[in-house]
Design a protein around this ligand. Structure first.
Ligand SMILES: [Fe+2]
Length: 226
């Protein structure tokens, strides 16, 4: 009797997509952020959603303490995120922080961000009893998502339209939740139907290592119409 040769099989989970969440218990901060946003007439204007990311709330941190507190919180979470993904060292960070004030039925189509790391901090959200993140969300949730969910799409669908589009995760936000993920991840926001606006603040981070000489030259380019 001959014995079959043992086959060697190994699994490598290459190129993961690290998503990290924090559930901060900061009701005072949320109340102050809500006040700062609802008191600002800009966020009551009809076209505020399309103009919102032209205002960097970091620029207002000197006059609005809540924005300064959120900036500090976001940088602390970014430090932890970088540690977890192995980005160790000294960095220069470009930071863009902008508000999303969403009335009922408003939704955000699928998109990604021009940055390294994208994050969202939730100030006011639809009440939910679902877990913060459903990593392997059921197929029915693709077509019947929960009110106010953030959907993260599997980025591998970009590589092949033959499959993979159905892989997605659902985030069910609550006040105080911070989520960070690679900025290349396509994501979208499902409408809510609450009387009060949903409030969140997006933060984009672009990091440059300080201890590596940059060979690039930054210059200015103007392209006139033909
Ligand atoms: Fe986004």
């Amino acid at each position: 009797m001959t014995q079959s040769k043992q086959e060697v099989s190994r699994r490598y989970d290459l190129f993961p997509t690290p998503v990290v969440t924090w559930e901060h218990e900061v009701p005072d901060l949320n109340a102050a952020l809500k006040q700062a946003l609802v008191d600002d007439p800009f966020y009551r204007s009809a076209d505020q959603a399309q103009k919102s990311d032209s205002i960097n709330l970091c620029d207002l941190a000197g006059t609005v303490p809540a924005f300064k507190q959120l900036e500090t919180l976001a940088l602390a979470d970014l430090t932890e995120y970088c540690r977890q993904i192995g980005w160790i060292g000294e960095f220069d960070v470009e930071m863009q922080m902008f508000a999303n004030v969403s009335a009922a039925r408003h939704y955000v189509p699928s998109h990604n961000h021009v940055a390294h790391i994208a994050s969202v901090y939730y100030v006011a959200t639809t009440p939910t009893d679902r877990p913060v993140l459903e990593a392997q969300s059921a197929m029915k949730n693709y077509w019947q998502p929960a009110e106010g969910a953030l959907i993260l799409h599997d980025p591998r669908f970009n590589a092949s339209l033959m499959g993979g589009w159905q892989h997605h995760a659902h985030v069910h936000p609550r006040p105080g939740l911070m989520i960070m993920f690679p900025a290349f991840v396509w994501h979208e926001v499902v409408p809510h139907f609450q009387p009060e606006p949903r409030l969140s603040i997006a933060v984009n981070f672009t990091l440059t290592y300080r201890n590596i000489d940059q060979a690039q030259k930054r210059t200015r380019l103007t392209v006139d119409p033909a």
